[in-house]
Design a protein around this ligand. Structure first.
Ligand SMILES: C[S@@+](CC[C@H](N)C(=O)[O-])C[C@H]1O[C@@H](n2cnc3c(N)ncnc32)[C@H](O)[C@@H]1O
Length: 312
């Protein structure tokens, strides 16, 4: 089967919502080339993509590349993706030029076409994310998350994910109960399990993500700790948790802060990420109203993550 490569030139702000749209359209692989990643001064090595090549990055902005199989209905799918991207502007999301180019990719080239973007990445003090096809020898005490990033959101290297993992490292204690809302590839649940959580509930609305998370969790031999369920946010969840983590858009966090407050134990943590900097105050206000104290704000590029603690 041959494939189409869809390249979308956009802004950093639009990467997450466009990635959502592409995952919903069941694309066969996703790569993100962000000029800011190439130019960024690094005062620590975390999140650094090894072997950066300037030719892989656009002159400005972000290019998202998605791979779609050439099947019946492809043209309708491409048109629908294009329409949904345009509609993001109605939600005050800066989509930039949103310039789309489509090129042909032969079957024999497509697997390597997007896999070349993924290499082992050290994302925090203790964690390195390793794509499943790479051989990697961890250092002593290094925690390795093995992932197949082709299937669902969460290659582990997006700033919003990196910040969640750093926050999990600070909050999860051995024996804790953790809930991961919007698990995507399952990366955060796997991190919580590696940090010694006793039980982890991984939830996602998207059936593709649920399947991808299950596969990645098996790959990391964490099936005895993590259970994956298809669920809308925290609806119907009555289990109490020491830590709830959600890497989801600001508006969605605001909408379910009250439910999170019912689920997080007293003095437990609610880690929220996926928040574009200009929405941080709005999210903080909603968290405080729901009974959380915001204890720490982490920032990478234009993204913010908040570590909050439930008061009484
Ligand atoms: C930005 S991705 C985060 C993936 C992963 N947790 C990470 O940090 O890399 C957000 C995820 O939330 C899921 N999601 C969106 N709306 C949801 C909802 N209402 N309930 C549960 N999951 C949802 C999406 O399917 C997607 O997998």
């Amino acid at each position: 089967m041959n494939w189409k490569e869809m390249s979308i030139l956009t802004t950093n702000e639009a990467v997450e919502p466009i990635s959502f749209i592409l995952h919903e359209a069941k694309v066969g692989g996703l790569a993100i080339e962000d000029r800011a990643d190439f130019l960024r001064d690094r005062d620590h090595p975390f999140g650094e993509i090894y072997e950066l090549d300037p030719n892989d990055f656009p002159e400005e902005g972000v290019v998202i590349k998605a791979y779609l199989p050439e099947t019946n209905g492809l043209m309708e799918t491409l048109a629908s993706i294009q329409e949904k991207i345009k509609q993001l502007a109605d939600f005050q999301i800066d989509i930039g030029k949103a310039q789309i180019t489509i090129t042909d990719v032969k079957e024999e080239d497509w697997a390597t076409a997007w896999k070349k973007y993924y290499h082992p990445v050290k994302i925090s003090e203790r964690f390195t994310v390793v794509p499943t096809w790479e051989e990697y020898h961890p250092a002593e005490n290094e925690l390795v998350i093995e992932l197949d990033p082709g299937m669902a959101f969460g290659t582990g290297t997006h700033p919003t994910t990196v910040m969640c993992i750093q926050a999990l490292e600070k909050t999860v204690r051995p024996g804790d109960t953790v809930i991961d809302v919007g698990t995507g590839s399952g990366v955060l649940s796997i991190a919580a399990a590696l940090l010694g959580a006793k039980s982890v509930k991984a939830l996602d609305l998207d059936s593709v993500a649920v399947e991808a998370a299950r596969q990645n969790i098996s790959l990391n031999q964490a099936d005895d700790v993590i259970t994956v369920e298809q669920n809308d946010l925290l609806q119907g969840i009555t289990t109490k948790a020491d830590v709830v983590v959600a890497n989801i858009l600001a508006e969605v966090i605001i909408s379910f802060s009250g439910d999170a407050s019912n689920v997080v134990k007293k003095n437990g943590f609610f880690i929220t990420s996926g928040i574009i900097e200009k929405k941080a105050d709005e999210v903080k206000k909603a968290l405080q109203q729901a009974g959380f104290r915001v204890e720490e704000m982490i920032r990478i590029s234009d993204w913010v993550a908040l570590i909050s603690r439930r008061k009484n």
